[in-house]
Ligand binder design. Structure first.
Ligand code: AMP
Ligand code: MG
Length: 318
């Protein structure tokens, strides 16, 4: 049985499974989330796989409280005030990651920032306490469907993809958290949500800046910049040219002289997804101007991997 009542015993079992890399769907005061250990790249990859998400966008990382949050991110500027006023609750803060931050690259889509939230829901709190790891969790629905506000919605969408669906009735808000980028002096509203803008502005004492349309943000909630390597990417490469480094996949690696990182020698897409952002950074650091990229199969997680590679290969400005 995947769908179980959120009793203490089931929360403990779910927390153990989560620590072992499994997915757990759980209620928050906004919507039901599909959670994975945020420090485990392959567990985070399984979220994208279960949702059939065609893109790697950064996820909200849930933590048990301010202390856990401060171990991960920089709370300078106005972040402390906002956390003190709204946590636990439906406000997500985008903050700069601290050096050595344990969050997997895939959970932040390779960015230097992390979106953190302390949920108020008692089941979410109990799960975080028992798991003792930060939990990355987007809404627990298939990509393109509406966010689930009951355990039955989750089950209808995801079946037995999560190891547990913790049932605790309907969500109070039924609306996503408000996302605020607290990294600039003037915090910016990235996504409107359950906490009204005016309440946040009352705490700050000035208006929230809008996400900057100059930077190509189509709508609130869209992020300003994606991690992109400095080097150019040459996709579907079957050979490595002079001066190129190599992003490999599988065991049939072409001859090369320069740097090479293999996303998954076994050809495992979950492993490849978990390594993708670190691999791009590593090859960038090798100094090569061009990275030859071996083909990655398009099925399952391969769709999101190829989407990221294609956008990294496209002319800049994305
Ligand atoms: P979801 O997890 O589907 O509720 O969506 C998370 C929201 O937070 C999306 O709108 C993301 O674009 C945004 N978000 C998450 N992490 C970051 C980040 N590091 N920088 C900017 N926006 C973020
Ligand atoms: Mg969603």
């Amino acid at each position: 049985m995947t769908l179980v009542p959120a009793t203490d015993r089931n929360i403990t079992r779910a927390a153990m499974a989560l620590r072992d890399g499994a997915l757990v769907a759980f209620p928050t005061e906004t919507v039901y989330g599909l959670g994975a250990d945020a420090t485990n790249g392959e567990a985070v990859a399984a979220i994208f796989e279960a949702k059939d998400r065609p893109r790697f966008n950064p996820l909200i990382v849930h933590v048990s409280g301010l202390e856990a949050a401060r171990a991960l991110a920089d709370f300078s500027g106005r972040a402390m005030e906002l956390a003190a006023a709204f946590w636990p609750g439906a406000l997500t803060l985008v903050l700069r990651k601290l050096p050595g931050c344990r969050i997997a690259d895939l959970a932040t889509a390779g960015l230097d920032t992390v979106a953190l939230r302390v949920p108020a829901h008692p089941v979410a709190q109990a799960l975080l306490e028992a798991a003792e790891v930060p939990i990355a969790a987007p809404s627990a629905n298939r990509s393109g469907r509406v966010s689930p506000t009951s355990a039955a919605h989750v089950e209808a969408d995801l079946g037995d993809r999560p190891a547990f669906i913790l049932d605790s009735g309907s969500c109070a808000f039924g609306l996503e958290s408000t996302v605020v980028d607290a990294t600039p002096q003037n915090p910016r509203l990235l996504r409107p949500g359950a906490i009204p803008r005016a309440e946040i502005e009352a705490v700050l004492g000035f208006p929230l800046a809008h996400a900057d349309p100059q930077k190509g943000i189509a709508s609130p909630g869209q992020i300003a910049s994606h991690y992109a390597p400095r080097a150019e990417l040459r996709l579907n490469a079957s050979e490595v040219r002079d001066g190129e480094s190599l992003l490999a996949f599988g065991d049939n690696v072409p001859v090369h002289n320069g740097a090479c990182v293999n996303l998954s020698p076994k050809g495992n897409l979950r492993e490849a997804a978990a390594r993708l952002f670190a691999a791009l950074r590593e090859l960038d650091a090798s100094g090569a101007r061009m990275i030859a990229v071996m083909p990655v199969p398009a099925e399952g997680l391969g769709e999101a991997i190829n989407d990221r590679l294609k956008r990294a290969a496209a002319p800049r400005g994305d």
